[in-house]
Ligand binder design. Structure first.
Ligand code: PGA
Length: 244
């Protein structure tokens, strides 16, 4: 029995809903032992929110409204049924040049709008090679914590951290369970003491049924953010089953 309820998220990125997905009868309806959340594309969000699964958005803009062509606000996401939002995914840091400061604004706005943010942090291959991984993680996390610490309460923890080493995303390379556990323990040690036992820290980066069991067995790994494997419903279900 894990000390925190496992959290397993499907990040469909810019892919259509997986083959066999039936939003009327999603296999991922809420259950007490595990939180399962689907992050579809913006266009698939409405059909997924009318199903019985819990959904989140892959992105939201911090401002409440305004002249931001193409964007949606956190409040809009919340009003249309999202309960979670990804903030700072490495693909957005890279392709949309999102800074730590901008991501902190997003996380703060998400909490204000009643969403639970999933803050994604992770080092690149070069940073790991140069032994800067911990420094990068600390900077990415601390910039956000500084902005939102007054909003976080132990009894109602509106934050999930996703450790996603950039070098492990989308390429089949996973951090070993030990390396991931070491980084998760380090991340936990950086959290405000009153929140350490409550905040869920999930792992992302080529999670699949064959490596999920070893990862989830680690004490500080509270679940997964799954990309490629979540596009195959049986694989994703096997990952969920392994966390039960
Ligand atoms: P992956 O993606 O599982 O395909 O590596 C994870 C992610 O980007 O969140």
């Amino acid at each position: 029995m894990k000390p925190r309820t496992p959290f397993i998220a499907a990040n469909w990125k810019m892919h259509s809903a997986p083959a066999g997905w039936d939003s009327e009868h999603s296999p991922f309806h809420p259950q007490p032992e595990v939180d399962v959340v689907v992050f579809p594309s913006m266009l698939d969000l409405p059909s997924c929110t009318t199903s019985d699964c819990t959904v989140g958005a892959q992105y939201g803009r911090p401002e409440k409204d305004g002249a931001f062509t193409g964007d949606v606000s956190m409040a809009m996401l919340q009003a249309h049924g999202s309960q979670y939002v990804l903030c700072g995914h490495s693909e957005r840091r890279q392709h949309h040049h999102e800074s730590d400061e901008y991501i902190a604004e997003q996380v703060s706005a998400a909490i204000d709008a009643g969403l639970t943010p999933i803050l994604c942090i992770g080092e690149t291959a070069d940073e790991r090679e140069l032994r800067q991984a911990e420094e990068v993680i600390q900077r990415q996390l601390q910039t956000v914590i500084n902005v939102i610490s007054s909003k976080l309460k132990a009894e109602n923890c509106f934050l999930i951290v996703a450790y996603e080493p950039v070098w492990a995303i989308g390429n089949g390379k996973t951090a070993s369970a030990k390396d991931a556990q070491d980084m998760h323990a380090f991340i936990r040690s950086l959290l405000p003491p009153a929140l350490r036992a409550h905040i869920r820290i999930i792992y992302g980066g080529s999670v699949k049924p064959t490596n999920a069991a070893a990862l989830i067995a680690e004490p500080d790994i509270d679940g997964f953010l799954v990309g490629a494997s979540s596009l195959h419903l049986e694989e994703f279900q096997a990952i969920i089953n392994g966390a039960l």
